[in-house]
Design a binder for this molecule. Structure first.
Ligand SMILES: [Zn+2]
Length: 374
């Protein structure tokens, strides 16, 4: 593609507007513009025909693991990124202070997908096993965090995995440490929740506005919901002060039962992410679009699920350049179709529902250029 182009005939989903509108989108020099501005250009104007497709801002997946080779679970970034219609991915804690430079060199700088990071508060990230918060001496200091965050713009937050198997005897202490670091360098925390201890009633009070709780809708015991399907008071209070819930599907962290019960009582928006890695990309996770298809089947609207992986996800990481169709912002776009072929959709608890509308990537545009599909 040349400097400018027009994407025409698509059904455009603008997360800042209501409804879906058939219209054209203009691109000049990697930026979104009005179509009229492109039409003023001389000569041949390249056009992409999106007839029968949906066009949305590039999708953002807030929770992936793409530290290939160095961590045993890392999957190739573009395979879960632009090849699946996802223009920005956030690696959630695969790397830490000690190995981020390797991550940057071998992943961030070597793929078409934009790769951001929630840096693990443990110095080795997930490179030395999956109980990275069990030894206090392994945690990075406030000074180390401040230094690396100042040097590395792609580090946009911190990750702390707060479940029993990760923290071992440390309980809530690693989260208190994470809180101190996050406050000192002013970035959001992404907290993984799973099997206690620590319990959510200890975790939630430590979270502030803008922090993200991933695996929010898992089906394990001691989750966000009580017997009567209402939120535990600590979760309700956290949502009220602006803590964000995130899906983080993963191998064992997304339950149709939990999300359905939440949906019955609460309209609070949340973000949809995959927690995709080498061992779950075939099943049960699939891809971001596959995960979105599950939420669609549960009864969320197409506009809401697109909003959650664009505008909402961009807000969560404080990025005004992406997740939007505003004039002058970066031309990252996801073009997709919805197939009516029935497909079995499995959650992390082994429950299967039949999906009747499956999102499928058609074309991915990054900085105004086609990087996947045709
Ligand atoms: Zn994860």
């Amino acid at each position: 593609m040349t400097e400018y182009s027009i994407i025409e005939n698509g059904f455009v989903i603008d997360p800042e507007k209501n409804g879906i509108e058939k219209k054209s989108i203009g691109i000049i020099a990697g930026r979104l513009v009005n179509v009229e501005e492109v039409l003023e250009k001389d000569g041949h104007i390249p056009r992409i025909d999106a007839e029968g497709c949906y066009v949305a801002p590039g999708f953002i997946d807030l929770h992936v693991h793409v530290f290939k080779d160095v961590t045993s679970l890392g999957i190739e970034a573009d395979r879960v990124g632009v090849e699946q219609g996802v223009t920005t991915i956030v690696d959630a804690g695969s790397s830490g202070w000690e190995n981020y430079s390797i991550f940057k060199e071998t992943v961030v700088n070597c793929c078409k997908t934009e790769v951001l990071s929630f840096l693990n508060i443990s110095r080795k990230g997930l490179a030395a096993g999956l109980n990275e918060l069990a030894v206090p001496a392994d945690l990075m200091t406030v000074e180390e965090a401040a230094d690396i965050a100042a040097r590395e713009p792609n580090i946009i937050g911190l990750k702390a995995r707060m479940s029993g198997s990760v923290v071992k005897q440390q309980g809530i202490a690693p989260l208190k440490h994470a809180r101190r670091i996050a406050d000192a360098i002013n970035v959001p925390l992404m907290i993984h929740i799973g099997n206690p201890p620590p319990y959510l009633k200890e975790i939630f009070p430590l979270l502030r506005r803008g922090d993200i709780v991933t695996h929010a809708f898992h089906g394990k015991k001691h989750g966000i919901l009580q017997e009567d399907h209402s939120l535990i008071p600590e979760a309700e209070a956290a949502l009220a002060r602006g803590v964000l819930f995130d899906v983080g599907h993963g191998t064992s962290s997304f339950s149709y039962e939990t999300i359905s019960q939440f949906k019955e009582k609460y309209a609070t928006p949340f973000t949809i992410s995959t927690d995709i890695y080498l061992h779950n990309y075939q099943s049960p996770v699939g891809s971001l679009m596959f995960t979105m298809s599950k939420l669609l089947e549960i009864g969320y609207s197409l506009e809401d699920i697109v909003k959650s992986v664009t505008m909402k996800a961009a807000e969560a990481i404080g990025n005004k350049e992406i997740g939007t169709l505003k004039h002058g912002t970066r031309a990252d776009l996801t073009i997709f179709t919805i197939s009516g072929e029935p497909v079995d959709l499995i959650d992390s608890e082994g429950m299967v529902i039949t999906g009747k509308s499956i999102l499928q990537p058609r074309m991915t545009i990054k900085d105004g250029k086609v990087v996947s599909g045709k």
